[in-house]
Design a protein around this ligand. Structure first.
Ligand SMILES: [Ca+2]
Ligand SMILES: [Ca+2]
Length: 325
């Protein structure tokens, strides 16, 4: 009888211990879930705040561009800031909802359109990036083959048979480039020709795929002018446009190179100072009865993940589309 009573006590003790262990596991799990949930909410709140701050800055930049009161002139001052009219340039940094952002408006019509460059200027552009001489003709022919609709290979070029034989095969676009980054897909075009390295200056900031190929004399950089063969005249052009607050007409001897004193295609780059999250858009303004209609041509958001403390970033969305906003 006593032995049976002790056995029952032992079983009860084991059951109590078992229940306590289960409760501890459930408690720890609940605590972890709650902590994880709170972190997720905090991250979501931060991400949402940053995104809305960026969208606010983007909309303000668009309004600034669309309210240009002087359609004849858009010019860069001696600090490199873009003036659209008598207003102050758009602020380069501004706080939205307590979030500090860097903001840049860049004239895409100050850059060389890589889809429309002739061989002479393309050669000068590649030389600027210190591309080896024996690769320049291959890149020029391959770029032409990449853009033209046929499959007929130029002497140093590349068409379908070359790209399909690569370790990771793909096909040539047979259309104009949508974004400058596409150059990296073209035969013999190395990534550092675009982005630069210790050995060479990259061409990324000098080229575009947007706009109709017109260059605005009031915004082109010294580097672009030198690629166009204007090395001596570049200083004079920059000093004259500074003192004039932008040419209102192109000097007769420069009409062969420049066809505009104002622009319609702009890149807007917005970056959060702390995390480095970035929003890039290219917009085009089209004259309308009252002011301008603004179309978005390109949109990219570069997101930063903070939960692992070592912020890593990757493009969240890369898109090119037409539309009115
Ligand atoms: Ca203007
Ligand atoms: Ca082709």
């Amino acid at each position: 009888m006593v032995k049976r009573f002790r056995n029952e006590q032992g079983i009860a003790l084991i059951l109590v211990l078992f229940v306590i262990i289960i409760l501890m596991i459930l408690g720890l799990n609940l605590s972890y879930s709650t902590r994880f949930g709170l972190m997720s909410v905090k991250n979501l709140k931060e991400e949402t705040s940053v995104r809305y701050a960026m969208l606010s800055a983007f909309n303000e930049a668009i309004a600034y561009i669309a309210q240009d009161k002087d359609p004849v002139v858009d010019y860069l001052d001696d600090r490199g800031l873009l003036h659209l009219d008598d207003r102050d340039p758009f602020p380069q940094e501004k706080e939205y909802f307590g979030i500090m952002l860097d903001i840049m408006i860049i004239d895409e019509e100050s850059k060389l359109n890589i889809n429309m460059l002739n061989d002479i200027n393309l050669r000068r552009l590649l030389k600027y990036a210190n591309v080896p001489d024996d690769k320049i003709q291959t890149i020029i022919d391959s770029l032409r083959d990449w853009i033209d609709p046929d499959e007929l290979r130029r002497p140093s070029g590349a068409e379908k048979e070359y790209y399909e034989s690569l370790e990771i095969p793909y096909r040539p676009k047979n259309m104009p480039l949508s974004v400058p980054e596409e150059l990296i897909l073209i035969k013999d075009f190395s990534r550092d020709y675009l982005y630069g390295s210790e050995e060479r200056k990259g061409i990324k900031d000098l080229i575009t795929t947007f706009g109709d190929g017109r260059l605005n004399i009031n915004t082109v950089s010294k580097e672009v002018m030198e690629i166009l063969g204007l090395s001596i005249d570049s200083e004079t052009i920059i000093s004259q446009r500074n003192s004039l607050r932008g040419y209102r007409a192109i000097p007769p001897h420069l009409t062969g190179l420049f066809r505009a004193t104002s622009s319609n295609t702009f890149r807007i780059e917005i970056k959060e100072k702390v995390s480095g999250e970035k929003l890039t858009a290219v917009i085009q303004r089209v004259p309308a009865k009252k002011g301008f209609i603004v179309k978005t041509l390109y949109w990219s958001e570069q997101k930063t993940y903070r939960s692992d403390r070592r912020a890593r970033s990757e493009p969240e969305f890369l898109g090119i589309y037409g539309g009115t906003c």
